[in-house]
Design a protein around this ligand. Structure first.
Ligand code: G6P
Length: 368
């Protein structure tokens, strides 16, 4: 009942604020300092099977699909395992030429999404090993997959997924560590990832301190009709997710794009009433994203930057900055997703929308 919301006016806000704990829960008992790796009780893969995995096909819908896209960057970079990501609703009707040694990984908060379940069943029928990353214990997908990893994030009530996304990305990071350590990742590299992950709940707690900045930004832009979300590499899927969050609960049109690709279309939308949210923490592509930001500024578009606290170069160019703590690039998807969840929430409130139960949407889509 409503009492579960505690001090929070909405489940969505409660779930956003739970993330330091839900991330700690996702990692509990799974990081192994001795061998500088991760382990999972329910994966049900023998060492032999594990070494034979030569490709991972990830399939999902909605926000879980965006987590899968982050997973592609994680597994390919940290574990050097080739990954493909496909919407479950597309995958289920294709007959892709897959090798038997391709593992199919379904990502789903509810474990009941009809298209994801159908994609999983179809994969089994084709003879693939199937795994699931799932939140709802005992759900259809959790039961039918050959093996899997639970998020342990607790029930997610808000229709717009928040804590499940960051937990999925966290589990994918641990999976990349695990697969990487059976391959080329050194124990020194593995240990560094473990240390970064141990610090993550506290980092996320600090990230939530951006909420006041987010409120000010929301007030400034709540009247917008279109919003662009732009990021590159690890943060391209987060741009998609930020746009989805805003659309879902505020009904404002938003588009997520790879920051460099926007000049091939979406830049035509840019004017003084169309803000762009840039994900621009320090990293490999920082300078490139800065020049993409410059292109938007030159066309009179307002720029909101999610960037490292105290980054003067970003502050000098952006109209507004939402400050986040510095983390290694592979953890930036989790840390940058949080201000975007808060931004969608605050804008939806200002627009008078029903944040927890947006029109036309269901928490779990159990029909095709
Ligand atoms: C619905 C929800 C989304 C969710 C998607 C996939 O559309 O509104 O928030 O991301 O389903 O759900 P799943 O339970 O499979 O992750």
């Amino acid at each position: 009942g409503d009492a579960d919301r505690g001090e929070y006016p909405h489940y969505m806000l409660k779930e956003i604020y739970e993330q330091p704990e839900t991330l700690a829960n996702a990692m509990r008992g799974r990081l192994e300092a001795d061998n500088a790796t991760a382990h999972f009780g329910g994966l049900n893969l023998s060492a032999q099977q594990l070494r034979q995995v030569d490709r991972v096909i990830m399939t999902a819908c909605g926000t879980s699909y965006h987590a899968a896209m982050v997973g592609e960057y994680l597994l390919e970079e940290l574990a050097r395992v080739p990954v493909e990501v496909e919407y479950a609703s597309e995958f289920r009707y294709r007959n892709p030429p897959l090798d038997r040694s391709s593992v199919v990984l379904a990502l789903t908060q509810s474990g009941e999404t009809a298209d994801t379940l159908a994609a999983l069943r179809e994969s089994k029928r084709m003879g693939h090993t199937t795994l699931a990353i799932c939140n709802a214990v005992g759900s259809s997908i959790a039961r039918e997959a050959d093996g899997g990893v639970y998020l342990h994030a607790g029930p997610e009530i808000g229709v717009a997924s928040t804590k499940a996304f960051t937990s999925q990305v966290c589990v994918l990071t641990m999976l990349a560590l695990y697969l990487g350590r059976t391959r080329h990742l050194s124990s020194t590299q593995g240990q560094r990832i473990i240390d970064d992950l141990h610090a993550l709940p506290e980092t996320v707690r600090k990230t939530l301190a951006c909420h006041d900045h987010v409120k000010r930004v929301a007030e400034k832009y709540a009247h917008a009709k279109n919003v662009l979300y732009l990021g590159r590499q690890y943060l391209y899927p987060v741009a998609l997710e930020g746009a989805l969050k805003l659309k879902e609960i505020s009904y404002i049109h938003a588009e997520g794009y790879p920051a460099a690709e926007m000049k091939h279309g979406p830049i035509a939308l840019v004017d003084e009433s169309t803000p762009s949210v840039f994900l621009v923490p320090r990293g490999n592509v920082f300078d490139k994203v800065m020049s993409n930001m410059q292109e938007i500024k030159a066309r009179g578009g307002p720029v909101i930057a999610v960037a490292g606290a105290g980054d003067r170069e970003v502050a000098a160019l952006a109209d507004d900055v939402i400050p986040i703590p510095d983390v290694p690039e592979y953890l930036q998807p989790i840390v940058t997703a949080i201000p975007l969840q808060l931004l969608a929430y605050e804008i939806a409130l200002l627009c008078g929308c029903d944040v927890d139960k947006p029109r036309n949407l269901a928490k779990s889509v159990t029909v095709e």
